[in-house]
Design a protein around this ligand. Structure first.
Ligand SMILES: Cc1ncc(C[n+]2csc(CCOP(=O)(O)OP(=O)(O)O)c2C)c(N)n1
Length: 355
């Protein structure tokens, strides 16, 4: 087990400038998408729960830069950025948040249940820890079927206190499964800090009794994240060695869009945003190496703003799901007693007290 504390990256030797610029663009896309999502929530375009990735952009873009198309991703409910960075069009993601038919799950899932089978994005899960055994099972399936690729089980820090996490660690190592436990350690599970909720605050050590390798890295540095995932992904695929990656990051806002964040000192939050901003830090690095200039930053911001506005326009224009489709998409395959459109309309009438 090693603790990788190297966050300083003075040089960008061997890096491809276009790739670096693309990482910045992707992180900005996530940032603006989430900021506008928050705005749409306040405008009541989005209902239900809604959790943002603000401050966690480097963990997401770094992860996606290291993954291959054959890999699978399971996440918690804080997943808008993951499916975006995996290459799903922003419009169909925003439409899903709006509960519209043009959404990735036809508006049936919403913010916490984004899904895209083609991109191997196996969904956001609302039950804390729910995704972890599923991801482990998917890794078992890959191994059993002799298929290439690895599975990522993304989760928050507090999820490492859930029983299902330990059951998954046990089987992952016992059966040598190609799975990466990707812990976005933003320091809080809702309003409870890691120190208050976990008897072992070094989350990367939690695999020790299962003989699972763990590392802690700077989750605000997109290149550190990418390189760590590349390395651990390779081990998982070639040697069947699971690993825990503990990514230290900073949650810019409250737990969800409706959380006023009263349990964190405003000064702590202000300082945290200032020093741990993955975009600001990465832009400064690229500037310093003369890879970007102010004109490029301005043009990229305009491009991103336009793309996010187009996503909102797409979501607004997308039709509402129809009542008779209430039971559509319930089963992957037809079952004899699948309710049809008439059952759906009857259910709607009963609900309205009309039948
Ligand atoms: C089994 C279960 N218990 C409690 C909750 C309520 N809940 C929702 S999110 C959350 C905190 C999880 O924090 P963490 O794993 O750190 O993820 P983050 O929100 O920081 O991404 C809790 C307790 C839940 N959804 N499921």
């Amino acid at each position: 087990m090693t603790k990788v504390a190297d966050t300083a990256r003075g040089v960008l030797q061997g890096e491809n400038a276009d790739e670096l610029k693309h990482y910045y663009y992707q992180m900005l896309l996530l940032r603006r998408f989430e900021e506008r999502t928050s705005e749409m929530y306040v405008k009541a375009k989005i209902g239900g729960y809604c959790h943002l990735n603000l401050g966690e952009e480097a963990t997401i873009v770094g992860l996606m830069a290291a993954l291959k198309p054959e890999d699978y991703i399971f996440t918690n409910y804080r997943e808008h950025g993951y499916i975006l960075a995996r290459g799903v069009p922003p419009g169909s993601i925003m439409a899903e948040l709006f509960g519209k038919e043009g959404g990735v799950a036809h508006g049936r899932g919403g913010s916490m249940h984004l899904f895209d089978a083609e991109k191997h994005f196996m969904g956001g899960y609302a039950i804390v820890g729910g995704q972890v055994p599923l991801a482990t099972g998917a890794a078992y399936a890959l191994k059993y079927q002799g298929k290439p690729g690895v599975v990522v089980a993304q989760m928050g820090d507090a999820t490492t206190n859930i029983g299902a996490f330990y059951e998954s660690l046990n089987l992952a190592k016992l059966w040598q499964l190609p799975v990466l436990f990707f812990v976005v350690n933003n320091g809080y599970g809702m309003g409870t800090s890691v120190a208050m909720g976990s008897s072992e605050p070094d989350l990367w050590k939690k695999g020790a009794s299962f003989r699972i390798h763990g590392e802690q890295i700077d989750g605000t540095d997109v290149l550190v994240v990418r390189d760590a995932v590349r390395r651990l992904r390779e081990r998982a695929e070639k040697e069947g060695e699971p690993a825990i990656l503990d990514l230290i990051s900073f949650r810019f806002r409250g737990h969800s869009v409706i959380d006023a964040d009263r349990y964190r000192d405003p000064e702590f939050v202000r300082k945290g945003r200032e020093t741990n901003d993955p975009l600001r830090n990465f832009a400064a690095l690229l500037h310093e190496h003369e890879i970007i200039d102010d004109a490029w930053l301005k043009a990229t911001a305009e491009r991103v703003d336009k793309e996010v506005q187009e996503a909102i326009d797409f979501a607004n224009a997308s039709p509402e799901p129809q009542y008779e489709d209430l039971f559509a998409f319930m089963y992957a395959t037809q079952v004899p007693n699948t309710p049809g459109p008439e059952d759906a309309l009857r259910a709607v009438k009963i609900n309205r007290g009309e039948a």
